[in-house]
Write a protein that binds this ligand. Structure first.
Ligand code: GDP
Length: 458
């Protein structure tokens, strides 16, 4: 009898949530959310530009900026006050380098944008990856006055762009920054646009999904309003371009999945605040979720969507959740919260399609690297080289003996322990990964097939 009650309750609850979500999507909530990552070479002006933009759209007030201006002058870094909006930690401020992926929100006419500020330093590529794996769209910042150094083999422009593409970002705005330093030279701008168009289309961005805009992140030109310094430019300002990004389909009807990227607070009493992106499904306050890997169940106490309290959240939202859980240590960065009735699989052996960057030695059978997917990492071994692929996606060689630089291949990967993963075809974000070795990203890829023996443990 009580089982029937519980069932009835859960059916009612589901209906209630569906109505709530439907109502909000169709009427009140006219703005769709967008997760945006900002990438580019170190010093291209990512933090300055985004800090200035946040200020201009009113997401940061004048008093805060004035305070940052005073503080940055005091330590001899006068030009960094806009960047500080995004660089919260003192160490970053002193070094002038953004390290974590910080999250900020701002609104354009039609979009509520969650900004994932990705750093440009070589050591921080893992952070860039964790930003990019959550992003729907990207802004690539280019330093117009030193374009070549960012674009050379060691520069991060190429690596970031290839990574972003491999991780599923298809729409990109290229903001050519520091135009004030080259006197708003149109020929130079056009040269950079042409060079980048050739490169970006060669790594399979389509021209229709690329937008270019000349800006000065520091002075503020073309951030919100069109600047009189670039009368030759017919396009839109950066913020208007961001407003035209199209929104991908939200996975509302799939079982709930959310990767945990941050744990803010955990108390011995078993209440935990976590942050991450809902990949799919719908949740409401009071719902129970399974923490995977493991068997621990938690209950949702509070939801914040785009920094605002909410009764519910759906696929595509960046959220903070207040959870109550018996064993707080069951939750880690890299855990997946999922629907207890339709939990995520754990996998140890799988087939994947990879693209390699620069590999220290060619990849052969038995090659070891660190596997990074959503916010988890795990030692991994390449246990089989299945085939090499050509640019059109066909097989160019079966059972190759090695995979070198800038190649596409199908390989079998074995993790040292089972991890929560999905096929790329089912849940894009939970089915893509990178391989790293000695602090460098050597490949990015997508999971195409699970190969674990069917015997179920749990
Ligand atoms: P990031 O490493 O890409 O985040 O770059 P930052 O935002 O920290 O900027 C690096 C340096 O370039 C700082 O000294 C900024 O003041 C400067 N900078 C950024 N944007 C501009 C710009 O549009 N014009 C000029 N002249 N300097 C800029």
């Amino acid at each position: 009898h009580s089982n029937i009650n519980i069932l009835q309750h859960s059916i009612n609850r589901k209906k209630e949530l569906e109505n709530l979500v439907h109502e909000n999507f169709t009427s009140k909530e006219t703005k769709s959310s967008l997760n945006m990552v900002v990438i580019g070479h170190v010093d291209a002006g990512k933090s300055t530009t985004m800090g200035h933009l946040l200020f201009k759209v009113g997401a940061v007030d004048q008093r805060t900026i004035a305070k940052f201006e005073r503080e940055s002058l005091a330590i001899g870094k006068g030009s960094f006050h806009f960047a500080w909006v995004l660089d919260e930690h003192t160490e970053e401020r002193e070094r002038g380098v953004t390290m974590d992926v910080c999250v900020r929100y701002f609104e354009t006419k039609h979009r509520r944008v969650t900004l994932l500020d990705a750093p440009g330093h070589r050591d921080f590529v893992p952070n860039m990856i964790s930003g990019a794996t959550q992003a729907d769209v990207g802004v690539l910042l280019i330093n117009a006055s030193e374009f070549e150094s960012g674009f050379c083999e060691e520069g991060q422009t190429r690596e970031h762009a290839v990574l972003a593409k491999s991780l599923g970002i298809v729409q990109l705005i290229v903001a050519i920054n520091k135009m004030d330093m080259i006197d708003w030279n149109q020929q130079r701008y056009q040269y950079i646009v042409d060079t980048l168009t050739v490169f970006l289309t060669s790594i399979k961005f389509t021209e229709a999904n690329l937008r270019f805009v000349p800006i000065s992140g520091f002075k503020g030109d073309n951030l919100i309003e069109k600047s009189s310094n670039s009368n030759w430019y017919n396009g839109q300002s950066l913020v208007d371009l961001i407003d035209t990004f199209s929104i991908g389909e939200r996975l509302i009807n799939k079982p709930f999945r959310m990767g945990i990227n941050d744990i803010y607070k955990s108390t011995s009493k078993g209440s935990v605040s976590v942050g991450g992106k809902v990949e799919a499904g719908v949740i409401g306050v009071g719902d129970k979720l399974l923490i995977s890997p493991g068997q621990e169940i938690c209950t949702i106490k509070a939801i914040k969507r785009a920094n605002m309290d909410s009764e519910w959240a759906v696929g595509g939202d960046n959220v903070d959740l207040g959870l109550s859980v018996d064993v707080a240590t069951a939750i880690r960065v890299g855990s997946i919260l999922c629907d207890p009735e339709k939990p995520i699989k754990t996998a140890r052996v799988f087939q994947a399609q990879i693209v390699t960057f620069t590999v220290p030695v060619p990849i052969t059978n038995g090659y070891q690297a660190v596997f990074h997917a959503h916010a988890m990492e795990e030692p991994a071994t390449i246990t089989k080289l299945v085939s090499l692929m050509d640019n059109a996606g066909g097989v160019s060689k079966k059972n190759p003996r090695c995979v070198g630089d800038s190649a596409s291949a199908v390989v079998e990967i074995t993790l040292s322990r089972p991890a929560c993963l999905e096929l790329y075809s089912n849940y894009r974000q939970l089915g893509r990964f990178t391989l790293r070795e000695s602090g460098k990203t050597i490949a990015a890829g997508i999971i195409t097939m699970f190969l674990d023996k069917k015997k179920k443990k749990s």
